[in-house]
Design a protein around this ligand. Structure first.
Ligand SMILES: [Zn+2]
Length: 390
């Protein structure tokens, strides 16, 4: 009986409203959800009883009627432990409902796979020892192709076949481990709480040592059968005579990655492709002609590819993250011109805009935590929490 009652959609809807706007008043949450005031009060009381929310006095509104309360995450409520591994560093954040970070850790790394796995696993383990089953999901964003929680290949680190489950503490094997590509998670972050909030379908392009991304549809990432969708850099928009690191011929990345940029500016292939690409864009912004020419070529390639994706996927908006905002700043005109040229004619009016992402380097970590909370905020997630003694 109680189980069926716990699954009331009102519980997850109200919880999601507080997650999106922590501190929202009960009255505003009820209005947003079209919920009668008495029912909202009752639903909030149940969420407070389950140690999911805490009610605090709200600032007086000056309106007549019963004073409302402000809804905050419960101080003993559920948490998500999220990690993001980049080409040269790692970060871990333990996040509460509403996105607040209650604990964090970070470190630089030299690219050694075992060293990074050990550091992140140790940080997750410390979090587990401190918070125990309050942690309802572990999530890890990694810079490579992920297939069913296995990192297949991280081209920039040359890591292969890493089982991401190794990051989760052994004693926490009943808690979900959600592994995913960094660009995918960054795109989710944009749709849930960034530049693409309110869109039903959005494409995110994440540019660093090549391009990846995600199609987000109705709040969910389109991940494909094995979770490996969104590898936009391996569409054949590149040089048809060049072999990509993935093994295919002619990938888009062959004209966008570190080696491609190095060829454009007449330098040897860089060791740290992301830092190198960032430096080239900086030099372009400072007006250095060789780098500016390279940035404009990258801009044209990005615009042309974005047009292909828009033609095929029909999004409302295209967000561009990673080094994308820096590229838009220096070669926005080239991006836009190539984009317009590549769009199907019927899209000429009302073409979806290409905009800079809200989250920079934080995108993958934010998106990983959001993916964890997507599980907590469902009926079954609330049931699981309630079964733990809430
Ligand atoms: Zn490829």
């Amino acid at each position: 009986m109680e189980r069926a009652a716990t699954r009331s959609p009102a519980l997850s809807a109200l919880l999601a409203a507080v997650h999106a706007s922590p501190g929202i008043t009960r009255a505003d949450a009820a209005a947003e959800l079209g919920m009668a005031s008495g029912y909202a009060t009752e639903t909030v009381a149940r969420l407070v009883g389950l140690r999911l929310l805490e009610e605090r006095a709200a600032a007086p509104t000056g309106r007549r009627g019963r004073p409302t309360t402000a809804l905050h995450p419960h101080p003993d409520g559920p948490l998500v432990a999220a990690a993001a591994i980049s080409h040269d560093s790692w970060r871990v954040a333990v996040v509460e409902l509403g996105g607040g970070v209650v604990r964090s850790g970070a470190g630089a790394h030299s690219g050694d796979q075992e060293e990074v796995v050990r550091a992140v696993a140790a940080s997750f383990d410390r979090a587990w020892r401190r918070y125990g089953t309050r942690i309802r999901a572990f999530a890890a964003a990694v810079p490579g192709t992920v297939n069913r929680n296995r990192l297949v290949h991280a081209p920039n680190l040359d890591w292969r076949d890493l089982d991401l489950v190794a990051l989760r503490p052994g004693r926490a094997s009943s808690v979900a481990l959600l592994g995913g590509n960094d660009a995918t998670f960054a795109g989710l972050a944009e749709q849930r709480c960034g530049a693409a909030v309110g869109t039903s379908t959005a494409v995110h392009l994440y540019l660093d040592c090549g391009v990846g991304g995600v199609l987000v549809d109705s709040g969910r990432a389109v991940l494909g059968t094995a979770g490996a969708a969104g590898e936009f850099g391996h569409l054949p928009f590149g040089s048809s005579s060049r072999r990509c690191g993935c093994g295919a011929l002619g990938c888009w990345n062959t004209v966008l990655d570190g080696a491609a940029i190095a060829r454009m500016v007449g330098q040897p292939a860089p060791r740290n492709a992301v830092a190198f690409a960032a430096e080239v864009l900086e030099a372009a912004a400072a007006g250095k002609p060789v780098e500016l020419r390279a940035a404009r070529a990258l801009g044209r390639s990005l615009g042309r590819g974005a047009a292909g994706l828009v033609n095929a996927l029909d999004p409302e908006l295209v967000t561009v993250g990673g080094l994308g905002p820096a590229l838009l700043a220096v070669a926005g005109r080239q991006v836009e011109a190539a984009y317009r040229r590549g769009l199907m004619a019927f899209r000429a009016t009302g073409a979806p805009p290409i905009v800079p992402a809200r989250f920079g380097a934080d995108g993958p970590l934010t998106g990983a935590a959001e993916e964890g909370f997507a599980r907590v905020l469902t009926g079954p997630g609330i049931d699981e929490w309630a079964a733990l003694g809430g």
